[in-house]
Ligand binder design. Structure first.
Ligand code: ZN
Length: 298
């Protein structure tokens, strides 16, 4: 029987005056799949979950099929490096260097993502297939992810952006609710619409609570764009998906160079193991084992 995959959903729309576009995603399934693959602590689930939620929405704003966006966070906190990659369809994969990071909660009971991430930088790489990828880096503002990514858009792309991300984790470490809202101004927006978006943004601070209550993406879009006429373009199904394969992984192993591969095989043998190498995909934890024959043709 085929395994049933449950997907996350995203709504995309635009204000009728063309001032802003909006994306709303319920990313619970994405976060759950990530947490199961990486066995993350609650704080790591929130940190990587928020980054994946953003990468999914930003991915769908890429111009063409095949384009990807990578969000990288290099903080000096215990979480270590965080990477999320989104594609044109909004599918994502991600990685956190220390999935066990779990600092004490904040006084208000929330997971302290900022403490786990620490200070440092955030970069974004938009790879559009041809030409040089578009990249930029900013200093982290709070390490809470949403504020950092919104600041990236403002500083690096000069696009005013409202971004709210939220992840709630159950006591059994599964994801109870997760989602996000992204609103970006288009060139020459209407001043009145901008004022209304800013006013409404105050109600998006606790976004995960809306998803926890079971509100739909459309209901949340109505809050984000209250008093602003808008149209929904489409709704998408998105998921946590890794595109690794045996062939790609072999290429990666071989990029070490034949002599290094031979050395590693020797080391395996010295430890009393078979002359083969195992490489683990850092995005989905799938392991691929290659024999010496496969690698060096012997
Ligand atoms: Zn993989």
């Amino acid at each position: 029987m085929a395994k049933k995959t449950v997907k996350s959903t995203m709504l995309r729309g635009m204000t009728q005056d063309g001032s802003a576009r909006i994306l709303v995603i319920n990313s619970r399934e994405i976060v759950n799949k990530m947490a199961a693959k990486h066995k993350t602590s609650p704080t790591a689930t929130a940190a990587l979950g928020r980054t994946l939620t953003a990468a999914s929405m930003i991915g769908t704003m890429l111009p063409e099929n095949g384009d990807t966006v990578t969000i990288g966070i290099n903080g000096d906190g215990e979480a270590g490096k965080i990477i999320a990659v989104g594609d044109y369809f909004g599918n994502v994969k991600g990685y956190i260097q220390n999935p066990l990071v779990n600092p004490p909660k904040k006084p208000n009971g929330k997971l302290d993502v900022g403490a786990a991430v620490g200070g440092g930088t955030l970069y974004m790489i938009k790879d559009m297939g041809k030409g040089e990828p578009q990249t930029g880096t900013i200093e982290l503002v709070s390490g809470e992810i949403a504020e950092d990514i919104a600041t990236y858009f403002a500083k690096s792309e000069q696009v005013p952006t409202v971004l709210s991300l939220g992840v709630l984790v159950e006591t059994d470490y599964t994801c109870r609710a997760a989602g996000g809202v992204l609103i970006q101004l288009m060139p020459f927006p209407d001043d009145k619409t901008v004022d209304l978006i800013e006013r409404n943004a105050a109600e998006l601070v606790n976004i995960s609570r809306y998803f926890e209550k079971g509100m739909s993406n459309a209901e949340i879009a109505d809050i984000a764009l209250r008093d602003i006429p808008y149209d929904v373009f489409d709704t998408l199904e998105v998921e946590y998906k890794c595109n690794c394969s045996r062939a790609r992984m072999k290429k990666k192993v071989m990029s070490l160079g034949k002599s290094e591969v031979a050395k590693l095989l020797d080391e395996q043998e010295a430890e009393g193991k078979a002359r083969e190498l195992t490489a683990v995909c850092r995005f989905c934890s799938t392991d691929y084992t290659f024999t010496e024959t496969e690698l060096l043709g012997k």
